[in-house]
Design a protein around this ligand. Sequence first.
Ligand SMILES: Nc1nc2c(ncn2[C@@H]2O[C@H](COP(=O)(O)OP(=O)(O)O[C@H]3O[C@H](CO)[C@@H](O)[C@H](O)[C@@H]3O)[C@@H](O)[C@H]2O)c(=O)[nH]1
Ligand SMILES: [Mg+2]
Length: 193
Amino acid sequence: MTKIKNIKKELLSHNWYTLYKFTFDFQMNNGKWSTQMRESYDRGNGAAILLYNKEKGTVILTKQFRLPTYINGNSTGYMIEVCAGLLDDDNPEDCIKKEAVEETGYQIEKVHKVMEAYSTPGSVTEKVYYFVAEYYEDMKVSEGGGLENENEDIEVLELKFSKAIDMVNTGEIQDAKSIILLQYAQINKLLKI
Ligand SMILES: Nc1nc2c(ncn2[C@@H]2O[C@H](COP(=O)(O)OP(=O)(O)O[C@H]3O[C@H](CO)[C@@H](O)[C@H](O)[C@@H]3O)[C@@H](O)[C@H]2O)c(=O)[nH]1
Ligand SMILES: [Mg+2]
């Protein structure tokens, strides 16, 4: 059992999301207690989905500018990702259906949850709920692209699954949640390569 006590929480920033500093006493494996400090960024939880079409052998991905990658080595700042979003007040399934139509234009009724995972457990609270779903042409209800009032500027890509897997291997796709879902599809043979 985790031995932790005297947890104190100090708000460092609440500009867009919240950054807290926690101070706590923690008993280590050797039995000694130590006082530790950790910063923890809380943006809530997220959901991500791989949309795939078996007959066509294709997947739907998105391309958008991600500032944190631009300042850390991604020369264009653009990232190719699966559709994803923050839960806000929704449950993961409702959230991802809403994100799918907003970002990609596909209205998906049936989604399949495949896993839950913490993205950056050392510093960010976020847990991401992972989904897959089949898409068909008749589910397309709009162009997608994201919400204008949130300044989202999302390009929708329909790629051959084999091309997307190649892009993971060449480093053209570097987003962890997207790599997880593409490799999930590959391992579980959701589509033919
Ligand atoms: N003004 C402002 N807008 C922000 C800020 N941080 C995020 N936003 C905007 O808030 C919106 C959130 O869009 P979502 O679709 O809900 O989230 P996401 O950014 O796609 O997040 C997904 O991908 C992330 C990166 O992989 C994941 O971390 C996250 O959990 C989720 O899966 C985006 O338009 C984003 O630009 C900020 O500090 N300031
Ligand atoms: Mg998004």
